[in-house]
Design a protein around this ligand. Sequence first.
Ligand SMILES: *Cc1c(COP(=O)(O)O)cnc(C)c1O
Length: 326
Amino acid sequence: MSLPLSEPKLSTYDDVLAAAQRIEGIAHRTPVLTSRTADERTGGKLFFKAENLQRGGSFKFRGAYNAIARLPAEAKKRGVVAFSSGNHAQAIAYAGQLQGVPTVIIMPQDAPAMKVAATKGYGGEVVLYDRYKEDREAIGRRLSQERGLTLIPPYDHEDVIAGQGTAAKELFEEVGPLDMLFVCTGGGGLLAGSALATRALSPECRIYGVEPEAGNDAQQSFRSGAIVRIPVPATIADGAQTTYVGSKTFPIMRALVDDILTVSDAQLVNTMRFFIERMKIVVEPTGCLSAAAAFSGIVPCKDKRVGIIISGGNVDPRALAGFLAG
Ligand SMILES: *Cc1c(COP(=O)(O)O)cnc(C)c1O
């Protein structure tokens, strides 16, 4: 007998509120930065939510901590498993360590060395795989069955989405309603969570997801109305090399987001340089997606109040030097 098919439970703004309470005093309430140069370049008033300064160096700490906190005591004792190109892994390891929960992290062999080292430093057990040949989800499922671990995916999970939504919630609480919000987009967890917070706190605000030009699966999916899968894209935005958006993020994106935009790797490098030279902050390539779109003028920011979620700052110093020299 088969179970009745049911719609996946989708996250709501109430879930974002509950997540905000769980992470209160644990996740940083990251600063909102402004830059006169950025305002002059775009003609708008830009507010940068600096999740590169979040614990673990990216917004992923929010969703990871929330998802682990929601587990029953028995599952916490057995531990969790996560697969990720880096920041989710790091966040799960860190959030697990803070909550006394063992973690196993499945990472690609070519993940940035700094991210692998950081994950191990937080006490995570790292399992490497070949992302061009092996299916990380299958490896995750196998480990979860063999060892009784709970699999926490990087974006396609209600508690992860709800946790990610807390960054935009804090942004609106701090600066009030906005005309538009740009959000870095991979599998859409940050975008879906941000959209829930936006529709509750600044309903008229236009929401744009931004992904790398070379991997525009979210844009194709958004515009066609069905999830499109692509091969692993070649881009320096390693946190957005996802090949398809989630079954739980996509319906929220379709319902609440205005459009998905793309930017080139060259635009990401220029934006990274801008952040270092003008704002004195280190932002990883993926974390530059949102600002790069605002700077590109693809959607005019003139006379608008604009939110930019800077999603992370974990970039290997040597890789960073290479980007800036290249
Ligand atoms: C994971 C990640 C993203 C993409 O987030 P999704 O929830 O998968 O869309 C963007 N930027 C950084 C720095 C990330 O780590």
